[in-house]
Design a protein around this ligand. Sequence first.
Ligand code: PLP
Length: 236
Amino acid sequence: MVDIDRRAELASNLDEVRERIARACSAAGRSVDEVTLVAITKTYPASDVVLLHSLGITDVGENKDQEAGPKAASVRAEGASPRWHFVGQLQRNKARSVVGYADVVESVDSVRLAAALDRAAAELRDAPLDVLVQASLDSSPGRGGAHGDELWEVVDAVAESASLRLRGLMAVAPLGVPPGPAFELLRSFSGRLVAGHPDATVVSAGMSGDLEEAIRHGATHVRIGTSLLGMRNSLR
Ligand SMILES: *Cc1c(COP(=O)(O)O)cnc(C)c1O
């Protein structure tokens, strides 16, 4: 019974989020096919991932290795196989673990992390690992991301890594300011990136509170937690 109620709740939330995405795309003169919804399932159980997958969610994201690894294993044991995105700040000593289940690592923000992921992917995978380079859109260090020249150093390092595939950029909007200018900066970074790497077209930006702004400014992927799954316990 609980499961049926949760399924109905997730289905209704998913309808609302898809509606918001559709409206934002239409307002921006873009096709909904240009925007991929990544469900951020951190703090929620594997059973929610399985339900979301059965409701049509193809991509899910997590931000902590210690939570994501066991959850991905449980979801796989249930016979579901979404694409797993790792979106959190990642220490190099966790690279090997993350490469064991992630299909995409969105939060690569240092040359050293890129090197650790490349080594792990060479060892554990048959095909290169998809990677986004995380850009910082302000100068506060808290939310991760590479700044200025470092961003382009990380881009070069990923592009030169045989076991990584550079797919684009990710960013989290700075706190406490309107996100539009930050997303516009990200769009300008993406233009520069694609000029040198025509396949690296992904722009992962936009969360529950700012997905409309992100889509208006060119996001190809939105990462939605709260609006799909509910408020997270703030202690977690
Ligand atoms: C938690 C998280 C999200 C989702 O945030 P919501 O506001 O709950 O939609 C998106 N991106 C990253 C990197 C996150 O850690």
